[in-house]
Design a protein around this ligand. Structure first.
Ligand SMILES: Cc1cc2nc3c(=O)[nH]c(=O)nc-3n(C[C@H](O)[C@H](O)[C@H](O)COP(=O)(O)O)c2cc1C
Length: 191
């Protein structure tokens, strides 16, 4: 698949099927994440993939109300890092950037596997860390909700519309420039 097309095919879809995703397929997603670049090749990403029903239910109990749709997911991956696990230079903690790159590779492999992989921060992070036994000092940055496409009828109206809506992005000129910084790159304050 052409790369730009694959990237464009990734969407934060919510209409999930409850059909299981095999550990073999889930392992390929983590394998893709693990191929991400990192400063000094520190590989600071840690991924805990939850498929066990009891664990999954406990993790789902931490979801915010708006993430009700994720309760159907057959798998949820926790993306974890810690600043000390990678380079820290002049106020820049590379670990978070690197975890993000790993998460993107994970989502792109999900496209290849015909899966939805939707990152979320709407969950009780303290509870979720307890459920998964993640040490306090680590940062559970996001959960990625994984599942095959399913029936959108269980979604709220707004979410149902989003499933088939056009992708929303700022104009390219407002996020990228050649040669020098441009004033229009500064986001306009939200109303
Ligand atoms: C770090 C992060 C956190 C997110 N948290 C949530 C969330 O809690 N709930 C949700 O429904 N979507 C969440 N999203 C998905 C975004 O809403 C979505 O990526 C954005 O609207 C752009 O849509 P697209 O990914 O389909 O292009 C999150 C995305 C990211 C990257």
């Amino acid at each position: 698949m052409a790369i730009l097309k694959a990237i464009d095919s990734r969407r934060a879809f919510r209409a999930l099927s409850t059909n299981p995703v095999s550990k073999e397929v889930l392992s390929r997603l983590t394998e893709a994440a693990h191929l991400a670049p990192s400063s000094g090749n520190n590989q600071p990403w840690r991924i805990v993939t939850v498929v066990d029903e009891e664990k999954l239910n406990a993790l789902k109990a931490t979801l915010s109300a708006g993430n009700y749709w994720a309760k159907k997911a057959p798998a949820i991956a926790a993306f974890v890092t810690k600043a000390e696990w990678s380079m820290r230079l002049a106020g820049r903690d590379c670990a978070y950037f690197e975890l993000g790159m790993a998460a993107m590779a994970y989502q792109l492999q999900a496209v290849e596997e015909s899966l939805y992989a939707h990152p979320i921060i709407g969950f009780d992070v303290v509870m979720a860390k307890q459920v998964l036994g993640i040490p306090d000092a680590c940062v559970l940055e996001v959960l990625i909700v994984v599942g095959y496409p399913g029936d959108p009828s269980g979604l709220g109206e707004k979410h149902r519309e989003l499933e088939s809506s056009k992708r929303l992005r700022k104009p390219l000129v407002d996020i990228a420039a050649f040669d020098t910084w441009k004033e229009n790159l500064v986001p306009t304050p939200k109303e």
